[in-house]
Design a binder for this molecule. Sequence first.
Ligand code: GLU
Length: 419
Amino acid sequence: MENLNPIENARLQLKSACELGDIDKKVYEILKNPQRVIEISIPVKMDDGSIKVFTGYRSCHSTAIGPSKGGVRFHPNVTMDEVKALSMWMSFKCGVMNLPYGGGKGGIEVDPSELSERELEELSRGYIRGIYKYLGDDIDIPAPDVNTNGKVMGWMLDEYIKLTGHHRPGVFTGKPISLGGSKGRTEATGLGVTYITRNICHKIGLKLSETSVILQGFGNVGSYTFKFLEDMGFKVIALLEWDKEIGEYALYNKNGISYEKLSKFKEQNDTLIDFEGANKINSEEFWSLKADILIPAALENSINEEIAEKLDVKVIVEGANGPVTSSADEILNDRGITIVPDILANSGGVTVSYYEWVQNKYGYYWSQEEVFSRLEPSMNEAFENIWKIKEEKNLTFRQATYVYSLIRISEAMKYRGWF
Ligand code: GLU
């Protein structure tokens, strides 16, 4: 049986990075657990007059380099172990992009589609009442993640301001523009995934206009990735989506699916199930499709051993956090499929969160062009540096990325006298 406990997988990655990078074992001992984890109960007055109590978490993995940074997700499968693992991945992600942050992550165990707007607002505010003493633009900085967005950040910021009396917009990122959000933040993760997909194609000699992509997920990351891939000349030939009623379903068109038609259809129907511009296939067929690139942009553990055996792609670019299980990772490495890891591929989001925080500190705001013109070279630089380590040390892309980031984090820990 595969081990799907995310914190155990995250620890294995940390351990292997310490070994491969010849990094002091004490670093592993310090980083294998988060510095702080909070669990709270959030009572919400429901619309029908009843009270429902939800469980929320916030994990601050490391503050070696700076305040902890990372999103808050609303999902029925949120657990403390998942949040801990995701916060560790955020430490690595911030290290990869040389951001002045450590890693954090939060979540509430809830299916937000079952809540009314008012209940959701109550829940978001209750979450902040439970953890606000441990938040701050120099302590721990939340942002959107799965099923949360700018609107949720707006409620959270408002609750924070009411509780503390201080208007500190930089305590949250991914805010609406009118509340101090950054231009380009919503698009940033998908755009970054696209830059990295382009870079890996250049490295392995794939011509963009002849490169086919299959994509899992059409949420914030998946939909913008789709859009920017198409803008760059790629052909997205299949999309795997999930629906509450029917579960997984996929769309396939060997000539490419049109982003414009797809997003219009989604806007009008709130689902893609009956989209006419592609054939409907099932998830098994989706995972067996022949394509150049696969981009999983849904949840962790989507690609297990069974799927890893049947994939017919050259490269996987991880748009989601932790989409490949550790056993699937081994199989894919053996099969010679290159995996560009999440902590590099999807780091565009937190990088623009950092720009948002900088703009909040200055009280001076940038154009979208300026945001993107900073994001692209900084992602290219990380990509090139990691590629070099991968080639020099003969590592997998994932191993090289972890080593690259851990060298930075461990150096900060050393200079602070932590070991
Ligand atoms: N939730 C996003 C991630 O996993 C963004 C985090 C942030 O902007 O702080 O990278």
